[in-house]
Design a protein around this ligand. Sequence first.
Ligand code: IPM
Ligand code: MG
Length: 372
Amino acid sequence: MTKNILLLAGDGIGPEVVAEAVRVLKWVGAHAGTSFHFDEALIGGSAYDAVGTPFPAETLSKAKAADAILLGAVGGPKWESLDYSVRPERGLLGIRKELDLFANLRPAMCFAPLADASSLKPEIISGLDIMIVRELTGDIYFGQPRGVTMENSHRVGRNTMVYADWEVQRIARIALDLARVRGKKLCSVDKANVLEATEMWREEVQKIRDAEYTDIELSHMYVDNAAMQLVRAPKQFDVMVTGNIFGDILSDCAAMLTGSLGMLPSASLGSETGGKRAALYEPVHGSAPDITGRGIANPVATILSAAMMLRYSFNLHAQAKLVEDAINAVLADGLRTGDIMQAGARHVGTKEMGDAILAKLDTLSSTQRGAA
Ligand code: IPM
Ligand code: MG
């Protein structure tokens, strides 16, 4: 069976890291007997430069047709002074909205060989494995009214936090389903002491839990406390669910606990219709303009995003696990890109890291065959 994967390499280091993930996907395709067909399209600043918009119509139609999308990164200083409506970030927000990719899964796990790379003490983060579920198509990111207007000779800036009950319910179900196959614990994060929209969020999440998921232990936490708890004792969490803006902030915080933003993948999923679910996979890190084109970016987050694609879009669970194991083994061998460099480790570039992961896939799969 052929699976169509759309590559949106984007800006900065995007193309460099996507190239390594494609090599890994090709390896998996060849070994799993699944044929992956790759297509490419423009997004972000590079799309703006080429065709005058960060989110071309052709990209949207290719995205709708694809079985899964792999995105590199968008943005960079070159485009920061552009009008808001054509900034690279609009490409990313546009594709999330158009494909209704409302469920953003951001795992934060600590790779054992990197426990020392965190700014927190190793005992606080070793074995860490959190899943942050961020609602991605609502909230202050998209709410109306918005914008800057003149009112009584003063500039007034306005954005609006909006959620409808059905939006909360559908993200709550995604998070509760994940909790069910993990540690059966969900923490919903809000600011219900101040914001009515999030008080409603809290009530709706609780309703869904009480009606359909009584096997899951649900707790609620204010976002300020959640930020504090994440750095104080992150292992108390299993699955966390929250809205778009709180999730944006908390997921960067959780990511950094693990030592490097360059290590973390994400999946953005839509609802299932006719047996198909729109899905976009991307590293949590950005376009890293400071190191673009030098061949030194860490491709691991993008390769892990490809592993999430194998798991969530193609049901290739064993293959996803194999890719994750290969990455762990390469780290255990002491290979490090600059962002996770440690004393005594071997410093490698983007492509060398990709080579090492492919070589490890060969070794691990032949050992597995040998054992079978
Ligand atoms: C993220 C990013 C985006 C967001 C930006 C680039 C629009 O920070 O994916 O977390 O705010 O959602
Ligand atoms: Mg962010």
